[in-house]
Ligand binder design. Sequence first.
Ligand SMILES: N[C@@H](CCC[C@H](N)C(=O)O)C(=O)O
Length: 276
Amino acid sequence: MRVKFTKMHGLGNDFVMLDGISQRIKLSPEKIRRLADRHFGVGCDQVLVVEPPRTPDADFRYRIYNADGGEVENCGNGARCFARFVRERRLTGKRQLVVETAGGILQLNLLEGDQVSVDMGVPALEPEQIPFIADRYADTYPLEVDGEVYTIGAVSMGNPHAVLLVEDVEQAPVNTLGPKIENHDRFPQRVNAGFLQVDSRTETRLRVFERGVGETRACGTGACAAVVSAHQRGLVDDTVRVRLPGGTLTIHWSGPEQPVTMTGPATTVYYGQIIL
Ligand SMILES: N[C@@H](CCC[C@H](N)C(=O)O)C(=O)O
């Protein structure tokens, strides 16, 4: 099978985008792993597939697969790239889009230049919604890893996130503690682990060890979850800049029951064809 693809990224979180409307694509976890492989395939953190919507209220459905082959619920940087992709590939002429994901409905707005703003929906904070094993909701939870107790926030942006505060994000044990949190048995569907440094009420820095991938240059849902968790702890204002290794996102959240808005760039790198 020969498949046309577009290579894109959102702040260095990179994607293979597939148009599943104009071409027939049959994917398997093995094929996704091959596409994502940086030596034997194209190479990416996530494979994103655009399909026709299943509900009349949405313009498209977009499906998200981690580099390990598993399908997941949401991807913030991917959502911005999706909006740019469907315009560039002339699948729509709209600048405001509604898209269905496995984690819920997202509303997207193509702004000037390369910027895209996304209504990421209302974060879920109850443990069973994340899912996270805890007796009841709390702003923070103790989490034991190898005999040490860490304080985490737990947030779902459609997909699960644990958020740890750190003093110096450069020195944070992202690649050693990250995988242990990702696979912690209190997160039955595994989790994305964010390490957040709060510099002021409007400026933060974040590194994320992503479920099914490892540390990425940026994580959109991770940035949303980090701001929600810092807001719940009373540390930040409603509008916060999140500096990630690949660049900066602006996140807005005004509190419980409110949706999170994420704004940042989406970049097209090249077009290609691959034999799958
Ligand atoms: N990079 C993404 C998140 C992709 C999914 C994540 N790894 C998961 O397993 O939930 C983003 O920008 O949000």
